[in-house]
Design a protein around this ligand. Structure first.
Ligand code: KIV
Length: 276
């Protein structure tokens, strides 16, 4: 299935059915214009809680709220026609109990029109994933490096090396058994990502994982060079829009100070031009 050939957005089951086929393409978006730019190219678009760091200048994703996810989810939904939208559940909105997770996931689905929610966590979240999927909420799981747990993981480190390999592998099996329709593998060693991809019946979506995953995702502002506060090894820069932006803003400031802007073509005459 190619996003360009499709007329209606895929459902989570369509994404699940892409396991082992043409790689699933995904990027994050937080605004309508970005969603419009991604729509024809992506199978699904993630309204990631990375929005907190990328657009709101927060130091981590921990300060992202439900209201922020609803607002950005609604903005992205306005820009999508053929890609499915997945919205992240923010830190503190699902960990307490399956009931709390259901309340907040239902709000995200109802108020944004998302096709699914994503939540972070492996084995310990599998009860919640089963609870949500049994009640009509498709769940994308996110394991390996889970940025909402940065404080207990000791930083943004690779996960699943050495003694932790079995733990990450077990997480993948648990979330698949619990009913997740896909699983994001963030910052796990390539061989482990390949083993998980070969072992679980749901698509693996890699970010800093392996080209052998069933799909890939990146933060769009990272790959466009718009968010440059830091660059992870797994990010490939496809453009340098941040540099272009700074050059354009400096040129505008220089034009204004030199009275070169506005030029005659940007201003209005006393009388409206006559229509011929
Ligand atoms: O918040 C996010 O952007 C994510 C990633 C998987 C890209 O969770």
């Amino acid at each position: 299935m190619s996003a360009t050939a499709r007329k209606t957005a895929p459902m989570p089951d369509d994404i699940r059915a892409m396991k082992g086929g043409t790689p699933i393409v995904s990027l994050t978006a937080y605004t309508t214009p970005m969603a419009e730019a991604l729509d024809a190219h992506c199978d699904f678009v993630l309204v990631g809680d990375s929005v907190g760091m990328v657009l709101h200048g927060l130091p981590s994703t921990l300060g992202v709220t439900m209201d922020m996810m609803v607002l950005h989810g609604q903005a992205v939904a306005r820009g999508l026609k053929s890609a499915m939208m997945v919205v992240d559940m923010p830190f503190g909105s699902y960990e307490e109990s399956p009931q709390q997770a259901f309340r907040n996931a239902a709000r995200l689905m109802a108020e944004t029109g998302a096709g699914a929610v994503k939540l972070e966590g492996g084995k310990h979240m599998s009860g919640t994933i089963a609870f949500l999927t049994a009640r009509g909420i498709p769940v994308m799981a996110h394991i390996g490096l889970t940025p909402q747990s940065v404080n207990t993981l000791g930083g943004y480190k690779v996960q699943g090396r050495d003694a932790h390999k079995q733990q990450v592998f077990g997480d993948a099996v648990s979330v698949a058994n619990a009913g997740a329709f896909a699983v994001v593998l963030e910052k796990v060693p390539q061989t482990l990502a390949d083993e998980i991809t070969a072992s679980v019946p749901i698509p693996t979506i890699g970010i800093g994982a392996s080209a052998g995953c069933d799909g890939q995702i990146l933060v769009v502002d990272d790959m466009l060079g718009l968010f440059t506060a830091f660059k992870a090894k797994f990010v490939k820069r496809y453009a340098h829009l941040g540099d272009d932006m700074k050059t354009a803003i400096a040129a505008y400031a220089a034009d204004v100070r030199a009275r070169n802007f506005p030029a005659p073509e940007h201003v209005f005459a006393d009388a409206a031009p006559k229509k011929t």
